[in-house]
Design a protein around this ligand. Sequence first.
Ligand code: ADP
Ligand code: ADP
Length: 229
Amino acid sequence: MIHFDNVTKVYKNQGRPALQHVNVAIEKGEFLFLVGPSGSGKSTFLRLILKEERPSQGHVHVAGKDLSRLTNWKVPHLRRRIGCVFQDFRLLPNKNVFENVAFALEVIGKPRRFIAKVVPEVIDLVGLEGKAHRMPDELSGGEQQRVAIARAFVNRPMILLADEPTGNIDPATSIGIMKVLDRINRTGTTVVMATHDAAIVDAFRKRVVELEDGRVVRDQSRGVYGQAY
Ligand code: ADP
Ligand code: ADP
């Protein structure tokens, strides 16, 4: 589903590569934790999958397509098939839960009837039944992140990218968020989650890819956050 083939990324005016000779293959339906200190290249890895950045060397393939051969006008189509969740939720503050999720479908022209059917299903899937009419500022941080996940998933993307999704959430609530991501993964969606959350990584025992100074230093199935060297 996602294939990094000897990818090096050097940003303009930066001597040190953000990623160096990265080779990672992620199969359809996998759940992968991307770990490593701040500045190790995790966000760059995610941005390459969205074609928000291009490799300086090597190739990124998504769903069998080499992104360097994807014409610009097809990039929106790629991004539509990839859901994104961020640390800071990024909800529309003056829309309620239903409207925040529905908006993701309205902008791609889905009919009102379809929206009315699928939005409540996804609100239930993320555990927000009964809260469709709440405004974001009437929700806890954990609940706001559930809305953001619902919005990212409502179009049934093939891939969900999550960048520090539990970074602004207390530990007890983070477990609930992780269970939602796990539920989404079990529908067949490939999930890549960049995280610093050692407790979450250790509790869920998924594949762990660790970056250090832009290099993959560990790729472990059912891994933990910190390796005892
Ligand atoms: P992480 O997400 O692990 O914190 P990043 O991918 O954001 O790591 O950063 C990797 C390296 O690339 C860092 O040295 C960072 O300063 C640099 N970097 C990230 N984005 C840019 C950019 N847009 N321009 C220049 N350098 C960048
Ligand atoms: P969590 O366990 O997700 O952190 P909280 O304990 O913060 O949840 O919130 C518990 C309940 O209180 C939730 O159902 C939430 O909807 C409600 N709530 C939290 N913050 C607010 C707020 N600022 N205004 C209205 N309701 C709130």
